[in-house]
Ligand binder design. Structure first.
Ligand code: FAD
Length: 553
C-alpha cells in the first residue's frame, strides 16, 4: 500500500518522568488482573486513557467461559474453541486457557465477584453459540463484564496498584540491553484534561511494559465497542517495529440493536445469551434466518450467523435490507429480569422485548488478531508484554468462541503478573530514545467518519476483492491528505492510530485470498489449505504497511 504512517506520534516535549517496576497500559480485565497479580512484590503503575471502566470489559454481557459443570470437560472446551478457530488456533494455548479458566473464575469470586446463582445455589451456567455445554458464568443477568470490572477496580486499589486515569500512552521508549537487543524501557504518556486536550507529557521508565489496551472495533462505523477501543496499543507496537498478526479476523457480532439507518459509533449489544435462551432470528418477511443454514441453527458460531444475516439483508426481504428481527417473546416478562441492560436499550427505542421482535444487525465486535504473544504475554521484544484483546495468542485462531475473551484476559493477566512478580530482570538499558524527534503528521480527527465508513462498507462481514481494493486505496488517500495545523490531542492520536490499524486490517484482508473463520470473501468462499498460516503486517521504515507470511498459491 502506498501510504505514509508516522513512526512516532507528535506531542509536546516531556516535562516530567516517573520510575516504576512495571507500567501497565489499559485498565480492563487483562491489565488489572496483571497489575493485581504483581502486588505486593512490584511497584505497578496502570496508565489508562479515560476512566478505569472505559474499555470493552465493562460492556461484556454474556459472561465468562469455564468448565464448571461435572458433565463438561476441558477437552470439550478445547474442541469447541479449536472448531471455532478454523485451523489457526495454537492448541497448547487453548488447552492452557481451558485448564486455567475455572481457577480464574474462582479467583474473581475470592476477590468479591458475585456471579448469578441457579435455583439450587450453585453458579448458573448458560450456553452460547459454538459451545457444546452450558459453561458461561454471568452476573447481574447481562452485566457480567461490569461485575468483573467492578471487582478488579476495587481489588486493584486495595492492593496498592497506582492508577493514572486520563493518561494516554503515546509511544514506547526503547533502548539496547546488555546483549545489544532492542528492549522496552518505558512509555511516553500524555496527561489529558476532561476534553482530551494535553496538559503535559512525561516519560514513565519501567523494567517491563505491559500492553493491555484492548482491540480496535472503533475502526468500524458499526460496532459494539465503546469509544475508547481505537487500537492504540496495536498501533504503538507497530510503530515500535512489532508485527500485527491475523488482524483480518474481525468478529462481527450477529446482533447489535438496530436503532435506525443513521446509527453510528457504539451500538447496544443484544447478547448471544438471548439466543441461548431460545430466541430465534426472522427476516423482514417473517421467515427464519438460520433454519437449514447450520446444524446448530440460531446457536451456530458467530461468523455463520453474521454471514447468514448479511446475506438475508442483501436480499432485502419485505423491503428491509439493513436489519433482521430477534424474537424472544417466548420469555415474556422473564426477559426483563434476565436481560436488564438489553431491556433498557430496547425500551429507549420503543421496543418491548417481552412482546415485540427486536430489530438487530451485525457489527464489529471482537478482534482475533493483534500483537503476537504467548499466554504469558511474552512478545518478540524483550521487556514488552501483550495480554487480552490487543494480543494474538493463538487462543482464538480465525474466530473466537463466545465468552472466551474475558476469561483469556484474566488468565493471561494473572499468568503474566505472577511471572513478573517472581522474576523481573535487572536490565541495564542504554541509548534510550525517549527524546527522539517526532515523525508526525497526525491525522485530523474529522477523518474518522470517512475512515470508519470505508471499513464498514468494504472490510465488513462480506468482503469482495473490489471492495478491499477500494478500501486500501481510500485509506491511502486519507493518509496522504494534508493535516497541517493538527496538534496532539486524544482525538488526533486516536485518529492516527486508527488509520494505522485500518491500513493493516484492510491490507491483510486483501492479501488473504480465502474465506476462513470470520474472514469471508465472495471470490474465495471456502478455506484453502495453503492458507493455514498467519499473516503479519509491519510498518516499513517509510511508513508503508508490508505483509509477510503469504503462502505460494
Ligand atoms: C458489548 C460487548 C460485549 C462483550 N461480551 C463479552 C462476553 O460476554 N464475554 C467475553 O468473553 N467477551 C465479551 N466481549 C469482549 C470482551 O469484553 C473483551 O475482549 C475484553 O473485555 C477485553 O479486555 P482487555 O482487558 O483486553 O481490554 P479492554 O477491557 O477493552 O480495556 C482496554 C483498556 O485500555 C485502555 N486504553 C486504550 N488505549 C489506551 C492508550 N492509548 N493509553 C492508555 N490506555 C489505553 C482503555 O481505556 C481500557 O482501559 C464483549 C465486548 C463488547 C464490546
Amino acid at each position: 500500500m502506498s501510504i505514509a504512517l508516522p513512526s512516532k506520534l507528535a506531542a509536546p516535549a516531556a516535562t516530567w518522568a516517573r520510575e516504576v517496576d512495571v507500567v501497565v497500559l489499559g485498565s480492563g480485565a487483562s491489565g488489572l488482573a496483571a497489575a493485581l497479580a504483581m502486588r505486593p512484590d512490584r511497584s505497578v503503575l496502570v496508565v489508562t486513557k479515560d476512566v478505569l471502566a472505559a474499555g470493552s470489559t465493562a460492556w461484556a454481557q454474556g459472561g465468562l467461559a469455564a468448565v464448571l459443570d461435572p458433565a463438561d470437560s476441558v477437552e470439550d472446551h478445547v474442541r469447541d474453541t479449536l472448531e471455532a478457530g478454523a485451523g489457526l488456533c495454537d492448541e497448547e494455548a487453548v488447552r492452557t486457557l481451558a485448564t486455567e479458566a475455572p481457577m480464574a473464575i474462582r479467583r474473581l469470586i475470592e476477590l468479591g465477584a458475585m456471579f448469578d446463582p441457579d435455583g439450587t445455589g450453585d453458579m448458573a451456567l448458560t450456553r452460547e453459540g459454538g459451545h457444546s455445554h452450558r459453561r458461561i458464568v454471568h452476573a447481574g443477568g447481562d452485566q457480567s463484564g461490569a461485575e468483573v470490572q467492578r471487582t478488579l477496580d476495587t481489588a486493584a486499589v486495595a492492593a496498592g496498584v497506582e492508577i493514572l486515569e486520563h493518561a494516554f500512552a503515546l509511544d514506547l521508549v526503547t533502548g539496547r540491553n546488555g546483549v545489544g537487543r532492542r528492549q522496552a524501557a518505558g512509555v511516553r504518556v500524555a496527561l489529558l484534561d476532561e476534553h482530551g486536550a494535553t496538559t503535559s507529557v512525561g516519560v514513565v521508565h519501567a523494567r517491563a511494559v505491559v500492553l493491555a489496551t484492548g482491540g480496535y472495533g472503533q475502526v468500524f462505523a458499526s460496532t459494539s465497542n465503546p469509544p475508547a477501543v481505537t487500537g492504540d496499543g496495536l498501533a504503538l507496537a507497530m510503530r515500535a517495529g512489532l508485527a500485527a498478526r491475523d488482524v483480518e479476523f474481525v468478529q462481527f457480532h450477529p446482533s447489535v440493536l438496530w436503532v435506525g439507518p443513521d446509527s453510528r459509533g457504539q451500538q447496544a449489544l443484544v447478547s448471544e445469551a438471548v439466543r441461548g435462551e431460545g430466541a430465534l432470528l426472522f427476516d423482514g418477511l417473517g421467515r427464519r434466518v438460520m433454519e437449514g443454514v447450520h446444524p446448530l441453527e440460531d446457536l451456530a458460531p458467530r461468523d455463520v450467523v453474521a454471514a447468514a444475516i448479511s446475506r438475508r439483508m442483501a436480499e432485502a426481504p419485505g423491503g428491509i435490507g439493513d436489519h433482521v428481527f430477534l424474537d424472544a417473546t417466548h420469555l415474556g416478562e422473564e426477559f426483563y429480569e434476565r436481560f436488564p441492560s438489553i431491556t433498557a436499550s430496547c425500551r429507549a427505542i420503543g421496543i418491548d422485548p417481552a412482546r415485540d421482535r427486536i430489530p438487530v444487525a451485525p457489527a464489529a465486535h471482537y478482534v482475533c488478531g493483534g500483537i503476537p504473544a504467548d499466554l504469558d504475554g511474552v512478545t518478540e521484544m524483550p521487556g514488552l508484554y501483550a495480554i487480552g484483546e490487543v494480543a494474538c495468542t493463538g487462543v482464538h485462531g480465525a474466530n473466537r468462541l463466545a465468552s472466551n475473551s474475558v476469561t483469556e484476559g484474566v488468565v493471561a493477566g494473572t499468568r503474566l503478573g505472577t511471572a513478573l512478580a517472581a522474576d523481573l530482570a535487572e536490565v541495564v538499558v542504554s541509548g534510550s530514545d525517549a527524546g527522539r524527534s517526532f515523525d508526525g503528521p497526525l491525522r485530523n480527527p474529522a477523518q474518522r467518519v470517512e475512515m470508519r465508513s470505508v471499513m464498514s462498507s468494504h472490510v465488513g462481514v462480506a468482503r469482495t476483492p473490489r471492495g478491499l481494493d477500494a478500501a486500501v486505496r481510500q485509506l491511502g488517500v486519507l493518509a496522504s491528505t494534508s493535516s497541517i495545523g493538527v496538534t496532539g490531542s486524544r482525538a488526533s492520536w486516536e485518529a492516527t492510530n486508527m488509520l494505522t490499524v485500518a491500513a493493516a486490517v484492510a491490507t491483510a484482508a486483501q492479501t488473504r485470498t480465502e474465506s476462513r473463520g470470520c474472514h469471508r470473501r465472495d471470490d474465495q468462499p471456502t478455506p484453502r489449505d495453503a492458507w493455514l498460516t498467519h499473516l503479519d503486517v509491519r510498518l516499513t521504515i517509510d511508513g508503508a504497511v508490508a505483509v509477510t507470511g503469504i503462502p505460494h498459491v
